[in-house]
Design a protein around this ligand. Sequence first.
Ligand code: GRG
Length: 286
Amino acid sequence: MNFKKYLENKRNIIDKALDEYLPSEENSPSIIHKAMRYSVFGGGKRIRPILTLATAELFGRNTESVIESACGIELIHTFSLIHDDLPSIDNDDFRRGKPSNHKVFGEAIAILAGDALLVSGFDLIIKNSEIKEIKRQSILKVIKETSFYIGTENMLGGQVEDISVKNENITKVDLINLYMKKTAALICLSIRAGAILSGVNQRQLKALTKYGKNIGLAFQIVDDMLDIMQDQRDTGKPTYVNKFGMKESNSESERLIKEAKDSLKIFNHKAETLRNIADYLLTRKR
Ligand code: GRG
């Protein structure tokens, strides 16, 4: 299967699993289920769950055995996007070219839909324990990791720094640190979850974590460049592009992707899909 087909196939599987899991729009209270589904099926690329599936495949696991954790992470990602767009945070009227959740459902429902997706994300990871070949201990570890990678020392903390910091007084080290928390942490979690559920050893987990951090950082720098190229509203926030320019952002993201791929050496040809995903993150158009 070529890589484009691979992505398409995984996206279909993920969409189907999410649709089966999420309560129907008719279920009471209908408004919150509509709001949750609006953002979950709003055209996301499904990068994070695909990373979980691809990592598990590297160790011979099939999609069915980890799909619930993969989708749980996607729900948590969707929660973060809804809250990120809120008037009190980034105040974005649009997400993926469509009105953001609070623009359609109002601020109160958007907050609650985000909360509900966070809870549902954990619920789906727990549901993964019903799969026979998955060890209970691995599920507990993934739950613990999820709390850590989205908590105040990672995603949530990165978001706090993101709304507090001013462009002119951030150093390169601090900006990279912020990106590591705000964006790379959840990407890293997606990979680690797939690895932990597959029962990997410490050396393998270390290599995959390095891969995750590097593609996560590159992902955010590419995101900054796409914002500029696609004429997104300037938020006045510090970004790699507005601090170091397009040329340096381009070469830095390329360097990070190369480093990410280098850390997969121990897996030989078996890590081809993860290498393809790294390249895709660099060349994506959104
Ligand atoms: C309460 C734990 C907690 C978190 C809330 C709002 C928030 C704190 C964190 C959000 C962090 C954030 C929005 C980071 C930006 C990362 C980013 C570039 C997201 C876009 O990811 P894509 O392009 O999205 O993968 P799609 O549209 O493909 O789903």
